[in-house]
Design a protein around this ligand. Sequence first.
Ligand code: GLC
Length: 546
Amino acid sequence: MPQQLDTDWWRDAVVYQIYPRSFADADGDGIGDLPGMTARLGHLAALGVDAVWLSPFYVSPQADAGYDVADYTDVDPLFGTLDDADRFIAAAHEAGIRVIVDLVANHSSDRHLWFQAALAAGPGSPERARYLFRTGRGPRGELPPNNWLSVFGGSAWERLEDGDWYLHLFDRAQPDLDWTNPEVAELFDDVLRFWMARGVDGFRIDVAHGFVKAEGLPDADYDAHPMGSGFDRGPMWDQDAVHDIYRRWRRVLEEAGPGHILVAEAWVGPAERMARYVRPDEMQQSFNFPYMMAGWSAPRLRGVIDESLGANDAVGATTTWVLSNHDVVRHASRLGLPDPTGWPNGVGPRDPQPDAALGLRRARALTLLSLALPGSAYLYQGEELGLPEHTLLDDDARRDPSFFRHDGAQAGRDGCRVPLPWAAAAPAYGFSPSGASWLPQPEVFGDLAVDRQEGDPDSTLAFYRRALTLRRERRLGAGTLSWQPTGDEVLEFVNRRTRVVANLSGSPIALPDGAVLLASGPDAAEAAADGFLEPNAAVWLEASAG
Ligand code: GLC
């Protein structure tokens, strides 16, 4: 594998997120698995991605779809076995695709041996000191130790029968670990070593901004920093001491040789704070959430692009470009919402519905813009098919703990996690041989199935393949951006020999000269051939003449 020599592969890599539960099910239980993923690697090779990031497949009671890990060094039988993981890693490498796995170290599952031991050992024990157990406030300790809220809704504290409370920033089945306890750091050094020994190329660090809490666990000021506003602030987020952990991990990675990476899931702002996670002795990448949240607004997008490139450049890192993942409304639907800059926690049948056609047009346009930006791009499974959010899921089909902890007032994340359609005419659209699917698929998935899109030059799949091919050929990920003057709701830049124009306004605009390399949709391609760019469209033009 010649690319193995390239230790800086991540700087301009296209990374595809696999959500294992929903990618491909080989054994017919309705939940995707490792053998299913291995069998479908050809799809990813044909798409032309450099790496995959796998959401958790470890032993877990699945209280939060695997983000509640009971054993960090084994595979949950739902997903297969350790041998299946080895086979997947080997097959991916054979196809020239690197493998990043998820590391969930802010919290464990309440079924982890450590938490079970902590429950048994009782208040004040060294076993409890691996988590954040505290006594309550109030005369009988009947009030939580502080006012912190769970990201999923409700209090972040749970009380045991013996009177102690424990902290869970997420579900009550996800107790937070105490990262000031050296045993915790030692455990995860070994977890990193374990997976690198099995061949993985990197780790996506779940809740990277949350591991360390302010000393004394002071109350949060939720008036100043409301929950759900996107960028997390307050005494549980982005504390300076988290960076000591990443410096330590960087050394553990280096023990295993060059080419391994860490990527931060850190919902922090402004861009300078986020760039602290990718300083030269810490992680290599962090997800660009400000970009994902910029919505359909040219000035906002341009501002975020400049800020993130500037802040990352200043520490020698490249920027990532992300539009969707397993926690947010798919961008093909988000951008078709009545407010395309809105940021709901899911969309359900009782919420305003997106305009699917408009959403997809905008999604393809924004994707084209993103894939031309210098740096690394992250794709979420199904976006290459133009999949919409499932916005009409029944309440009784829902599984996301954030739906339940908000008492159903927020739809939560299930709508972006629906199993992929591979074959229009097969049971469960080819997701599972038995026709089972852990979340019901909407009918529109039939039209969007991979086999329907194969061979259709106007399909979203063909568009993604073409964009990734051109991006590689024209080395856009390793290029530089130079903005061109435009009107307010238009973005135009040149990267090497490619000129990118995106029209976010409501009317067509005249295009500058240059042969059309790729347009965001078939109508846009026709208009571009006549020298115009339609609203809600983008185009790549040959820029060599200038
Ligand atoms: C991250 C994951 C999300 C999970 C949470 C708790 O935000 O992306 O899916 O629920 O962490 O682990």
